[in-house]
Design a binder for this molecule. Structure first.
Ligand code: APR
Length: 245
């Protein structure tokens, strides 16, 4: 299984990476579903939706402040460094991520498509044009207000009930349809339209290498190699950075 995956990565001419919250688990970030998942404890409708932000901005901003604090000082683990190494070695490796933690960029990766946006910035909920870097010390007053028009600020992530950024999601699907290999890492493949990306690759005959300790919605097929290991453990091996585990 591993040696076949190593060969496929070596031979691939149009590889693409697709990641979810599990990619950041070994950097200490919690996932949303599965063991210790955030949604086992909190309500996504209340905390991660546009209606929830309008209904109770204080609760929602306290939630994002907690997430920002959890992300303080978090560093990309060996799996991230392996993807950066592979991107440089291949010369091109688009990285489509559902994550908003910015760790792919922090690991030095380029061509990162953040389809659910990013926690690094915030902007005016009334779209007056104000935007700012989002740092914890900017959150002394909760909810933060727009200095230009007084409206509430919002984190620049895609909230439930909102469309994904059109350009980014369209390019992500184009990459899925044109790739010969997609490495799918740390996602439960449950939240559409992002979850459709690996299926779009499969439909066009690409091979999927899935890295997830737990079985997901991806089908059992000759074109899906599911490696039930952790990303930080197995990625260095798959890209040739580590000889054995
Ligand atoms: N290595 C690889 N995979 C892991 C690891 C690990 N060390 N630890 C956990 N996982 C897997 C889990 O088994 C799970 O299948 O990561 C997956 C995380 O799934 P989710 O928590 O559902 O995260 P994700 O798929 O990214 O969710 C998609 O849902 O709530 C929204 O906007 C949020 O972007 C998120 C979207």
């Amino acid at each position: 299984m591993i040696s076949r995956a190593v060969e496929l990565i070596k031979k691939s001419t149009e590889p693409v990476v697709f990641t979810g919250a599990g990619m950041s688990r070994e950097s200490g970030m919690r996932t949303f579903r599965g063991e210790d998942g955030l949604w086992n404890e909190y309500s996504p409708e209340q905390l991660s939706s546009i209606s929830g932000l309008r209904a109770d901005p204080e609760i929602v901003w306290n939630w994002y402040k907690m997430r920002l604090m959890a992300g303080e000082g978090v560093v990309p683990h060996a799996g991230y460094r392996a993807l950066t190494y592979l991107q440089r070695k291949k010369g091109k490796l688009p990285v489509i991520t559902q994550n908003v933690d910015g760790l792919h960029r922090l690991a030095g990766q380029t061509d990162v498509l953040e389809i659910h946006g990013s926690m690094r910035t915030a902007s005016c909920l009334n779209k007056c044009g104000y935007a700012t870097e989002l740092a914890i010390d900017a959150l002394k007053n909760i909810p933060p207000l727009c200095p230009d028009c007084g409206a509430i600020l919002r984190p620049d992530i895609v909230l439930f009930g909102e469309p994904l950024p059109h350009e980014i999601i369209s390019r992500s699907y184009r990459l899925a349809e044109e790739c010969d290999l997609m490495v799918v890492i740390g996602t439960s493949v449950q939240v559409w339209p992002a979850a459709g990306i690996p299926f779009a690759a499969l439909d066009r005959g690409a091979v999927i290498i899935e890295i997830n300790p737990v079985q997901t919605e991806l089908p059992h097929s000759d074109n899906v190699i599911s490696i039930r290991r952790k990303a930080g453990e197995v990625l260095p091996l798959l890209v040739g950075l580590k000889e054995k585990i």
